[in-house]
Design a protein around this ligand. Structure first.
Ligand code: SF4
Ligand code: SF4
Length: 175
């Protein structure tokens, strides 16, 4: 299977963003039968085509939310107090969540797109982009936001949309 490159993601996003967003709006309100199972079946296929190390766009253009546990763990790794770490690197967003001050993330190695605190990274990073973590109708609005940044999300929506609109969703689930 050919890799889904970042360049081809950007090209396809320009072409299909509007129709994908519409699909996410419609299916959020009226989820097609079996779409949650479909997204679980589709996720491993997405990761065969998308390589995060050729992308890292989430680490460059978005920010994780840091929980108090993340804060304690990561600050301790740098022999800092959570307060000192917070003052140096974090701010509160409009919802009061702790997020990065800087973009790209201060822990991203721009030479190789690797996270320099991979083993202890925020829980939010370790699960991103949460392709099939929650039900489709609970998460479609997040997919809608992530579509603009994340090739894996784009690929997931592309595959599901194709299955649903071609009438092949039931066949896929029965395999
Ligand atoms: S999770 Fe998405 S945005 Fe982040 S590196 Fe992987 S493909 Fe890129
Ligand atoms: S902590 Fe690591 S995985 Fe999370 S945004 Fe920063 S570089 Fe990316």
């Amino acid at each position: 299977m050919l890799p889904f490159t970042f360049r081809s993601y950007k090209r396809k996003l320009t072409l299909y963003r509007k129709s994908f967003r519409k699909f996410l709006f419609v299916t959020e309100k009226e989820p097609p039968r079996g779409i949650n199972q479909l997204s679980k079946l589709t996720e491993p296929e997405v990761w065969k085509e998308v390589d995060c190390l050729t992308c890292a766009n989430c680490c460059k253009k978005m920010t994780p939310t840091f929980t108090q546990q993340d804060l304690k763990r990561i600050a301790a790794h740098f022999n800092q107090t959570p307060e000192a770490f917070k003052k140096k690197w974090l701010k509160k967003d409009r919802s009061g969540d702790l997020v990065n001050k800087n973009q790209p993330c201060q822990f991203l190695n721009l030479e190789d797109n690797k996270c320099s605190i991979y083993e202890i990274r925020p829980v939010d990073c370790s699960g991103f982009p949460h392709l099939s973590k929650r039900t489709w109708s609970d998460y479609a609005y997040i997919h809608r936001q992530n579509l603009d940044y994340c090739p894996a999300t784009f690929k997931m929506v592309e595959k599901i949309k194709l299955l649903v609109e071609s009438g092949n969703a039931d066949k896929k689930r029965a395999k």
